[in-house]
Design a binder for this molecule. Structure first.
Ligand SMILES: [Zn+2]
Length: 334
């Protein structure tokens, strides 16, 4: 998990530099939006930034971690910081009303006042309008930090009053490295890092028995498809359909299947390509040799169609049988 400054820099070099420059040049804005997917370090970096703003002895744009303010931020007890989380589905108007009256009362402690809205995309219309007024006329040294994974759901009027800080997805190489440090074998790490950019979810998947079983079944189906439609149908009926009962499981399995074909395409274009299934490299190399880009692309198209049919709640047995026929089509002529 990202904690110290070096780790935060590895995770978000651009954002960290941006925030340090803002602090260094004394150009603090009234409001920021931290925009990034889950697992991109928004909360850790928000804590870093808050500490930096309140620290008594910052050094080279890094908080000291030892002064009274740093320690109080770390323990979550700093009176100048107010954090809001959605209550149920929304951040409600009462929460914003309380926030504003507290921000106005917090006169006892000197220095900057900071409020943080977690999941700021979940402000309802009333609370968004109230916060908007507050953003327009802040009293004194006030800084707002809005965190979101859904930038497009935030009202444009709010967006335009905040400085936009864009968090990058965790690079796959870095995720692979963290997974390796968590004792995840390379083949599994390669697969889960295609499913998510988020370390915790990736570790969970990598250690999940059911996911391991899903991966195995998908690869077995890929091999059966390469033999003939009969073998493929057997795997579908005896293993695939009994294993993937839930819609979400079926969707994940189709994604895993899609990644297998994507691997074959990548290998065909570049035998050194980074794969989802490095343990299948030999088999996939052979498959790549015996296929064409046109054929592989139409196979991927069939899987995407199956995924769309799944969303429309088509009968899953029929959907899979149709998919097997589509994946086989023309195979013997190649
Ligand atoms: Zn400090």
């Amino acid at each position: 998990m990202a904690k110290n400054v070096e780790e935060l820099f590895t995770l978000q070099p651009v954002v960290m530099k941006q925030l340090q420059t803002i602090f260094d040049k004394d150009r603090l804005a009234h409001a920021y939006i931290f925009d990034g997917e889950k697992g991109t370090g928004k909360v850790d970096i928000m804590h870093f930034f808050v500490k930096l703003m309140l620290c008594e002895h910052p050094h080279e744009n890094v908080p000291c971690e030892t002064c009274r303010n740093c320690r109080r931020v770390e323990s979550g007890n700093h009176p100048n910081i107010h954090e809001i989380y959605p209550e149920g589905q929304f951040i409600k108007i009462d929460q914003i009303r309380d926030l504003i009256s507290e921000m106005k009362m917090m006169g006892i402690e000197q220095g900057r006042k900071i409020y943080v809205l977690h999941h700021a995309d979940r402000l309802n219309i009333a609370s968004a309008n109230m916060i908007l007024k507050f953003l327009e006329e802040p009293d004194g040294e006030v800084t707002a930090i809005l965190l979101t994974e859904q930038m497009q759901s935030i009202l444009p009027t709010i967006r335009s009053r905040c400085q936009h800080i864009k968090f990058q997805k965790m690079p796959r190489q870095l995720l692979l490295k963290h997974l390796q440090e968590n004792d995840v074998p390379h083949s599994m790490a390669s697969t889960v890092s295609m499913m998510t950019n988020e370390l915790e979810t990736a570790i969970f998947l990598a250690k999940d028995e059911q996911f391991a079983q899903a991966r195995k079944t998908v690869l077995k189906l890929v091999e059966a498809i390469r033999q003939n439609v009969h073998e493929a149908m057997i795997v579908v009926h005896e293993e695939w359909l009994p294993l993937f009962k839930e819609k979400s499981e079926m969707e994940q399995a189709l994604n895993l299947l899609l990644f297998a074909y994507r691997d074959i395409v990548s290998i065909k274009a570049n035998p050194e390509a980074a794969c989802t299934y490095p343990d299948m490299l030999q088999t996939f190399k052979e498959a790549a040799l015996h296929s064409t880009f046109e054929r592989l692309s139409s196979q991927m198209e069939s899987i995407l169609q199956a995924r769309a049919s799944l969303q429309r709640n088509m009968n899953r047995t029929l959907m899979m049988e149709q998919l097997m026929l589509n994946l086989q089509e023309g195979y013997t002529f190649v």
